[in-house]
Design a protein. Structure first.
Length: 425
């Protein structure tokens, strides 16, 4: 079966698929191989996956990451390959922490893959070699947490060589770990014939389509708490996008930098110069910046707090700006109607505390409607952003929601991700 049909089938109902031209050539354009380029029959395939799922009382509470690697495992099995999974779990910092074993995930993996999953208590050495040798056809081997070895985070060539000895092919399907230069995410790609897995492939295509070679006009929405955490992001975006919406707490820093009193709002007053530099850079690059023109303010940071909507320059001295107002949302909606591509990181307000989720919800629903109508390609990522878009009910209509947090941000910042660069070598 063509891989695109399979990956599409796997994510229908969760996210749409970005339609790109020349699908078959995509990996070649971007410089990496996919599973379609590898002869898999009878081959041992080390697959780096991200199954760092949330677990409570021994039970997986959100299996999204497990579901998303299924197409890769199925395709390898269907081609007669032998999948050997490598993954990290939590932060054991190079020592064996029994509570961070991957073994408890075996039943969830078996249910997702529909085949038996054999577990091995080490990711290298004699035990792993024996387990690989004994793996029956059609089954999957899961190796223990790579981070139990200090060589993982150190990208130690010794550990990478030992892991490479277990297989014939390396397949990286962990975009969300690709911002780390670790032995299992990067080192291995230099030691074995390497390719991207299906999830990595979809993620790279969606992201490249949104920011690398986007359909213009392209618009970015950046919100969240602080400018300081997203400085590089803002700097990179003003040079690449046509319109940049700055919302959330970080908008307060920009308002203050223009001499507006923001009262008791979250604001980084020491970043005034930086904010002004970003505005100057945007102007030079022809990027239109949209800042709030009206605001929702309150005196307390709690659900249902008494609040009022005011012009952006009218925040009372004893109040905090906790959301953007309806006029700002209307301007964002108009900009979205003009855009062909939207990329979003960071909520527009304190979305966890209603009613300060209104601007985020309204903007998300507008993006969802335009996407549903086929008028917009919408891509979003970031821990709180995904939570906010899920809460608004708009997430399922977005073209693509990245499962990656840190890697998504670093990619948006324009950084080269070591795990991706290693595949492009
Ligand atoms: P992400 O995890 O998607 O990258 P961030 O962590 O940068 O997003 O930002 C999310 C946080 O920003 C949320 O906790 C939200 O409450 C907060 N936030 C947004 N707007 C405001 C505001 N006006 N005042 C205070 N906090 C805000
Ligand atoms: Mg966050």
């Amino acid at each position: 079966m063509p891989s695109d049909a399979l990956t599409k089938a796997a994510i229908v109902g969760e996210n749409r698929v970005i339609i790109v031209k020349h699908k078959a050539d995509w990996g070649r354009i971007m410089g990496w191989k996919s599973l379609d380029d590898m002869a898999l029959a009878g081959k041992r395939v080390l697959v780096r996956v991200d199954i760092n799922v949330p677990v409570e009382d021994g039970r997986v509470t959100d299996d999204t990451r497990i579901r998303r690697i299924v197409p890769t495992i199925r395709d390898i099995l269907a081609a007669g390959g032998r999948p050997i999974l490598l993954a990290h779990f939590g932060r054991p910092k190079g020592v064996h922490v029994p509570g961070l074993s991957l073994r408890p995930l075996v039943p969830d993996l078996e249910a997702a893959f529909g085949v038996p999953v054999v577990f091995c208590a080490d990711c290298r050495g004699p035990a792993a070699e024996a387990a690989v040798g004994a793996l029956p056809d059609g089954q999957v081997l899961l190796l223990e947490n790579t981070r139990f070895h200090p060589g993982e985070s150190a990208n130690d060539p010794g550990l990478a060589t030992e892991m490479a000895a277990l297989a014939d092919i390396y397949c990286n399907d962990a975009f969300s770990a690709a911002h780390r230069a670790h032995a299992s995410t990067t080192g291995l790609a230099y030691l074995l014939p390497a390719c991207a897995g299906r999830l990595m492939q979809i993620e790279l295509r969606a992201l490249e389509g949104a920011l690398g070679t986007p359909k213009r006009p392209v618009m970015a929405v950046v919100g969240g708490a602080k400018v300081s955490s997203k400085l590089e992001l803002l700097g990179n975006l003003v040079a690449k996008v046509d319109t940049l919406v700055i919302g959330g707490g970080m908008a307060n820093t920009f308002l203050a930098a223009q001499g507006i009193d923001v009262g008791k709002s979250l604001c980084e007053h020491d970043l005034g110069d930086t904010a002004r530099e970003i505005l100057t850079k945007a102007k030079a690059a022809g990027c239109t910046i949209l800042l709030p023109c009206d605001i929702v303010v309150a005196r307390e940071f709690k659900p249902g707090a008494e609040n009022e909507t005011l012009p952006a320059d009218a925040c009372p001295k004893d109040a905090m700006i906790l959301d953007a107002g309806p006029d700002t949302v209307a301007r964002i909606a108009t900009a979205m109607e003009a855009a062909k591509t939207l990329i979003w990181n960071g909520p527009l307000g304190a979305f966890e505390i209603p009613p300060f989720d209104r601007a985020t919800n309204a903007a998300a629903q507008k993006a969802a409607a335009l996407t549903n109508a086929g008028d917009l390609i919408s891509v979003a990522g970031g821990g709180d952003t995904v939570a906010a878009l899920n809460q608004s009910g708009a997430a399922k209509s977005f073209s693509y929601i990245s499962t990656a947090g840190g890697a998504f941000l670093e990619w948006m910042e324009g950084k080269t991700l070591p795990g991706v660069a290693a595949l492009e070598k």
